[in-house]
Design a protein around this ligand. Structure first.
Ligand SMILES: [Zn+2]
Ligand SMILES: [Zn+2]
Length: 362
């Protein structure tokens, strides 16, 4: 899911300005971005440094590009080299990784580190790899996906999965009761479309789905990375581990939480439940299962793509109708205006960028 347009509305035009300034060589860009996208005092977003690779082309060598390759490797796009070290060269293999990434993230498939691609790369996102069961082709239809082997919960009907919160790994600035309500709502969205129900229990070790907030390295080989960057991850069926990064500023209501790095707990919970059920990442930007989410944004309504993915695994809830889904999406979009607002902001920022570029090349 998860875009980062609000900050990059400023960043992209600014990057273009720097690129066309005669005293700044295109391949050695200054570390200007930390002041542009600072989230809170003394805090910058994970991955913000990748903005300096904007427009780095095939065959170029840019100091630090090996770090960007590690990012691609982490999310399933590049194998770790035999030497264990990535080079700083934009080679053919890296171009293939960029093409696959753009395809999976529903971006224009250019093979270049263009502004759309860079702004998506630096967006906060889910830690689950984008590897899919089907081989991505460059003209693949945008679609939901599954984990390798298409695992699902195999239980006798009626399927009831239990969940519990880890008492020792919670956040304390949101009450447990409020967290419980948020997760209940998130689980109920999936319950409405498939014949699976979820029940909270107290006994954490015996629960099918085990939820907790963790800092940094927490013992499963997938350490969290502090503010923004990776927000959460969950494991495929029937593992049931569901981990959220305790370093995030989790929010229920943006009216009361003012941090620009605040992340909507319910949106992330709804997304991670999709993984728990067996869905991998979707290339449909509007889908809950899209991998990235901008801070201070909410995406909790299942998209038709999410519904199709879940129902292909479990069948349909007998009470579910597509018209009820459309009605609920329509009313919620009317309430938040999220999708429309986001795209219009982006269009305006693109326009400003082009205008600056035009002015400074005259
Ligand atoms: Zn995910
Ligand atoms: Zn974990």
């Amino acid at each position: 899911m998860f875009q980062f347009f609000s900050y990059y509305s400023f960043l992209i035009p600014f990057s273009l300005l720097c690129l066309c300034h005669p005293s700044l060589p295109a391949r050695i860009l200054p570390e200007y971005s930390s002041t542009v996208i600072a989230v809170d005092a003394h805090t910058t977003t994970t991955w913000h440094g990748f903005t300096r690779f904007l427009d780095a082309g095939k065959g170029s060598q840019v100091s630090g590009m090996s770090e960007l390759k590690k990012y691609f490797s982490r999310f399933g796009y590049l194998p770790i080299p035999d030497t264990n070290n990535f080079t700083d060269i934009f080679d053919k293999q890296f171009e293939s990784a960029v093409l696959a990434y753009q395809t999976n993230l529903g971006l224009p498939v250019t093979g270049e580190l263009d502004s759309d691609t860079i702004s998506t790369i630096v967006s906060p996102r889910c830690g689950v790899s984008d590897t899919k069961t089907h081989n991505a082709t460059f003209h693949a239809t945008k679609h939901f996906a599954y984990f390798n082997g298409k695992p699902r919960w195999v239980r006798q009907a009626p399927v009831v999965l239990t969940y519990a919160f880890s008492q020792n790994n919670m956040i304390y600035y949101i009450s447990l009761n409020v967290i419980r309500t948020v997760f209940k709502r998130a689980f109920s969205r999936w319950e409405q479309v498939i014949p699976v129900s979820f029940m909270e229990i107290e006994n954490y070790p015996s629960a099918d789905i085990r939820i907790g907030f963790y800092y940094g390295d927490h013992g499963d080989g997938q350490p969290f990375d502090g503010v923004l960057g990776v927000l959460a991850h969950a494991f495929s069926p029937e593992n049931g581990r569901f981990h959220l990064d305790a370093s995030e500023t989790w929010a229920i209501d943006f009216e009361t939480v003012k941090s620009r790095a605040a992340v909507d707990l319910e949106s992330v919970a709804t997304h991670e439940i999709g993984h728990v059920l067996g869905l991998a990442h979707s290339s449909v930007k509007e889908a809950v299962m899209y991998p990235s989410l901008s801070p201070r944004s909410k995406k909790v309504d299942l998209n038709i793509d999410d519904v199709n993915g879940a129902q292909a695994l479990y069948g349909s809830n007998p009470n579910f109708t597509f018209s009820s889904l459309l009605a609920s999406e329509k009313s919620s979009n009317k309430g938040t205006g999220l999708r429309n607002t986001r795209s219009s902001k982006w269009n305006i920022s693109s326009l400003v960028g082009v205008l600056i570029l035009f002015l400074c090349t005259r």
